[in-house]
Design a protein around this ligand. Structure first.
Ligand SMILES: C[S@@+](CC[C@H](N)C(=O)[O-])C[C@H]1O[C@@H](n2cnc3c(N)ncnc32)[C@H](O)[C@@H]1O
Ligand code: SF4
Length: 444
């Protein structure tokens, strides 16, 4: 039986350290209006036609507001704004694919939100039809969609595989009724079990669950119970997110009782308890917050050192060009990042005027590319070549003393604590770290 007391002590020490999620480097907080539509048009036109791209489509609507939510979304009480959004999304696909070289292939297509399944099945099918007409899926392409289990119509369950989807991601979070009441998201365990079984019966072979810790009234015991219930359903992947409490930014988070939220010590204990429970159920820990069954491509990629990290988190996606479609979505090219305007009216006006709806972004400097690569490697493999990085050993010295990092044959190697806290280690290599303040999510 392993003694986790020393590990827990280190996790507690660093749990409240502010750290970006590093789903991009430099982080999106550094984006500015130095990147505009004219520049992005040139980037897209210069895309290598011989290399697959990755596609992301954002749908910023939900039927209900979960109070913890930090995603770019809004409530849609009626369908009209959603229908109007679909029309503009189709126009944007036309616009963007007209700028890109013709006939590009893709290995990954992800619909995120918000809740993309608020679209009527016929509208989602139309968007998919147009995307699959403009872009060519590679034979084993991953085509994924995020699902809110409370609002998924039976018809959608039946039609998703026929539209081409082969992976779904279900927001589960926590089964404890007191937690569900406190976060305004009621969805009993049976609802998730039934949906998972129905999706599998329709042929969806790859299912992801999202879980969270750090929620009001949540305890290590309630989380472990949730983890075990989820593991019984055998989703191929489980993401375990630490709740990012940023109420100055996401106003709905103020509706939750702050005094009932676990502090850094409680969060550290929950993250570790869930990790151990998942491992005991046969899941492999991947990076800072993902778990997968050993046969899942994410676990295989991690074992083979082929894991990557992008705006969706950990991925097997190797594309260097990621095309973001929809309001607030982010495009990444070898030249830099470009983010669409998040305000749907402004996004619609730009697209209707035939302009790429770019609001801001970042043009990579050589230093950004080098540091971005290093941070991605650190968060994915837990090992980077220190020899080539000036001042690397000095930068991590206090972390080495706490057992987060060791130096082996000129490499920086993260321990288990170091991997769980890899975002903290990454801040030591972040050229913009002066901008990392307390008004940021915690490391755990
Ligand atoms: C876009 S949402 C999920 C899709 C779908 N709308 C749903 O809720 O089922 C993606 C995931 O982000 C996570 N998430 C949302 N807000 C968060 C926050 N403030 N901190 C950490 N994770 C968060 C949740 O686990 C959520 O399932
Ligand atoms: S968690 Fe999902 S359903 Fe809930 S508000 Fe956020 S995006 Fe919408």
């Amino acid at each position: 039986m392993r003694d986790d007391a020393p590990l827990l002590a280190v996790l507690r020490k660093y749990a409240a350290t502010p750290a970006p999620r590093y789903t991009s480097y430099p982080p999106a907080t550094r984006f500015s209006d130095a990147v505009d539509a004219t520049m992005v048009r040139q980037w897209l036109a210069a895309t290598d036609p011989g290399r697959p791209v990755s596609l992301y489509a954002h749908v910023p609507f939900c039927r209900q507001q979960c109070w913890y939510c930090g995603c770019n979304q809004k409530l849609a009480a009626r369908y009209e704004p959603v229908a109007a959004y679909v029309t503009t999304l189709l126009e944007e696909i036309d616009l963007v694919s007209g700028v890109l070289p013709a006939g590009l292939s893709f290995a990954h297509l992800h619909f995120g939100g918000g809740t993309p399944t608020v679209l009527r099945p016929e509208d989602l099918a139309l968007v998919m039809e147009v995307l699959l007409d403009r872009f060519r899926p590679l034979p084993d392409a991953e085509i994924a969609i995020e699902i809110d289990p409370r609002t998924l119509a039976d018809e959608m369950v039946r039609r998703l595989p026929r539209m081409g989807f082969n992976r779904v991601s279900i927001g589960v979070q926590e089964f404890d009724p007191a937690v569900q009441a406190a976060i305004n998201r009621i969805q009993p365990r049976a609802m998730i079990a039934d949906l998972t079984a129905a999706l599998r019966a329709e042929g969806i072979a790859a299912i992801n669950f999202d879980l969270m810790y750090g929620l009001p009234h949540q305890s290590s015991a309630s989380l472990v119970k949730t983890v075990k219930a989820c593991a019984d359903m055998r989703p191929e992947r489980i993401a375990l997110f630490g709740y990012a409490h940023v109420p100055w930014f996401d106003k709905s988070q103020r509706l939750m009782p702050e005094e009932a939220m676990p502090g850094p010590d409680g969060r550290a204990a929950q993250a570790l308890a869930a990790r151990r429970a998942l491992e005991a159920e046969g899941y492999v820990a991947i990076g800072i917050d993902h778990f997968a069954l050993p046969h899942d491509p994410l676990a295989v990629a991690a074992a083979e050192g082929r894991l990557h990290r992008n705006f969706q988190g950990y991925t097997t996606d190797e594309a260097t060009t990621l095309i973001g479609l929809g309001a607030s979505s982010i495009t990444r090219t070898p030249q830099g990042y470009a983010q669409n305007t998040a305000e749907t009216n402004a996004w619609t006006r730009a697209v209707e005027a035939g302009q790429l709806p770019v609001e801001r972004g970042l043009l990579f400097g050589a230093d950004d590319v080098a540091r971005g690569h290093l941070i991605e490697q650190l968060l994915c493999t837990g090992r980077v070549r220190a020899a080539g990085i000036t001042g690397a050993l000095d930068a991590v010295q206090p972390l080495e003393a706490d057992g987060l990092v060791t130096v082996e044959d000129g490499d920086l190697v993260l321990s288990e604590a170091g991997m769980m806290l890899a975002r903290v280690v990454a801040t030591r290599f972040d050229a913009y770290q002066a901008g990392i303040t307390g008004r940021q999510a915690m490391a755990l």
